[in-house]
Design a protein around this ligand. Structure first.
Ligand SMILES: Cc1cc2nc3c(=O)[nH]c(=O)nc-3n(C[C@H](O)[C@H](O)[C@H](O)COP(=O)(O)O)c2cc1C
Length: 326
């Protein structure tokens, strides 16, 4: 008689409605960074959910190529969350219904973006100033969609710190998860994110809560979980040029050969997804981040940033190792 090895069937860390999530570290949605090439790489290295960069609902409805492209994903990235934003309930619901056909696992509503043009129009964190609208929006989305809908929020809008009210509204109107960044709209990046508010939301609602803000290294993941009891931890800036954080390794534990291997894989994914010219162009900002912790000479950094094709780039990268300033 054969016995099943229980250790081979890990139980989910939490569920988004009925969707199991395995793992507690998640790459944050980041415009310009959490695109398919980098997202899929992070997912392979342990990020538990693939959130797309945010996409404007109107752009999806009018089928704008650059916006729709953000929602292309790989099957092995699941669970996949499409993140969308707008200030208008009808546009949001129509866009959500339309993109549901692309079979994401859930749709996330951005209520955290502080960029003036977005927030001042009533979208992003601007939506948190209109709680009744949030209630109407989530009621309609949870009724009309066949897949779960979730929210990414902040503490609030400066003098209107209403994350508890908004969290309750999201849950009461059918939301399946809340991710919260422990800052207000203006809560400058020089001030530490407030993790207490993540713990307060976790105590308040029954749906899963993902904490976000200032997780800088592997140990911080556990620290935030212990401090807040949150179900998952979302990592933004510290994951740029550092997908290893999702496999439990800090950058100083990663040797140059591994950096070289991952950069080459990332570049290949960029070229495949965007084509030769745009792929290498968009890769440059990642190069800066990958190399930041290494003591490369300025000359190499500059030359790497001006390479025009894959072969030249990889050849030069191979030389970096011998020329690290030690
Ligand atoms: C370059 C950049 C782009 C971002 N784009 C998005 C986005 O598209 N959607 C979103 O919800 N948040 C976005 N954010 C916010 C992050 O998801 C995250 O909430 C924030 O960076 C705080 O987490 P951190 O301290 O780990 O960086 C962005 C942040 C950065 C730095």
């Amino acid at each position: 008689m054969q016995y099943m090895n229980i250790s081979q069937t890990p139980s989910p860390t939490f569920y988004v409605d009925k969707i199991p999530v395995y793992g507690d570290a998640i790459l944050a949605p980041m415009m310009g960074f959490s695109d398919l090439p980098y997202r899929s790489l992070c997912r392979e290295m342990g990020s538990a959910i693939s959130y797309t960069e945010f996409a404007r609902a109107e752009g999806l409805i009018y089928n704008m190529r650059r916006v729709s492209e953000k929602l292309i994903y790989r099957e092995d990235e699941r669970p996949v969350a499409f993140q969308i934003y707008t200030h208008d309930i009808d546009y949001m619901v129509n866009a959500a219904l339309r993109i549901q056909d692309l079979r994401p696992d859930f749709i996330d509503i951005n209520m955290g973006c502080p960029t003036k043009a977005i927030a001042n129009s009533g979208a992003g964190v601007g939506m948190m100033r209109t709680p009744l609208k949030v209630a109407r929006l989530f009621k309609r989305l949870s009724r009309e969609l066949e897949i779960p809908v979730t929210a990414k929020i902040r503490m609030g809008w400066d003098d209107c710190v209403n994350y508890k009210l908004i969290a309750r509204i999201v849950e009461e109107n059918g939301g399946a998860l809340i991710a919260i960044h422990g800052r207000t709209r203006e809560g400058g990046r020089e001030r530490a994110a407030n993790w207490d508010v993540i713990g307060e939301v976790k105590q308040l609602v029954k749906i899963p809560v993902i904490g976000n803000g200032d997780v800088k290294c592997v140990a911080d993941i556990e620290k935030m979980k212990t401090h807040t009891n949150c179900d998952g931890v979302m990592i933004g800036r510290a994951a740029i040029g550092n997908p290893w954080i999702f496999s439990g390794k800090d950058r100083d534990e990663v040797n140059f050969e591994e950096v070289q291997k991952v950069m080459s894989e990332h570049l290949d994914r960029n070229l495949l997804f965007y084509g030769e010219e745009l792929g290498i162009n968009l890769f440059r900002k990642h190069v800066v981040q990958y190399l930041a912790p290494l003591h490369t000479t300025r000359r190499y950094r500059r030359e790497l940033l001006t390479r025009e094709n894959r072969e030249e780039f990889l050849e030069l990268l191979a030389q970096v190792n011998e020329n690290l300033v030690r």
